[in-house]
Design a protein around this ligand. Sequence first.
Ligand code: AMP
Ligand code: ZN
Length: 113
Amino acid sequence: MDCVFCGIINGQIPSKTVYEDDLIKAFCDIEPQAPVHIVIVPKIHITSANEIGEKEAVYVAHIFSKAKEIAKSQGIDQSGYRIINNCGKDAGQTVSHLHFHLLGGKDLGAKLV
Ligand code: AMP
Ligand code: ZN
């Protein structure tokens, strides 16, 4: 399977890891869109939010349970951050491996689009 995030998870593609455990990995986005831009992924290949069932939801819950820790490690837990998931074409999903963007380090504004 040709998946860049699976490649990052198994170490074949280099990344700047900021957090990792048995279920998830978090690394710096290669094209940051904010001073802090982290990508958080489950360590199983889930194509998108459309594919989240009970088994996959365990990984999603774990990502959210660790997000504040990851934000704190980047110094943005108190200033604030945004967590974004893009699902499908209209949302601009470019990597077909479920992931959450954790963005912060500046005032991101109130508008979502
Ligand atoms: P999305 O548009 O929601 O699918 O987000 C995919 C994100 O993955 C984009 O922000 C890319 O910059 C990022 N990305 C793609 N390849 C890599 C990579 N090798 N290392 C880190 N981030 C990447
Ligand atoms: Zn994958």
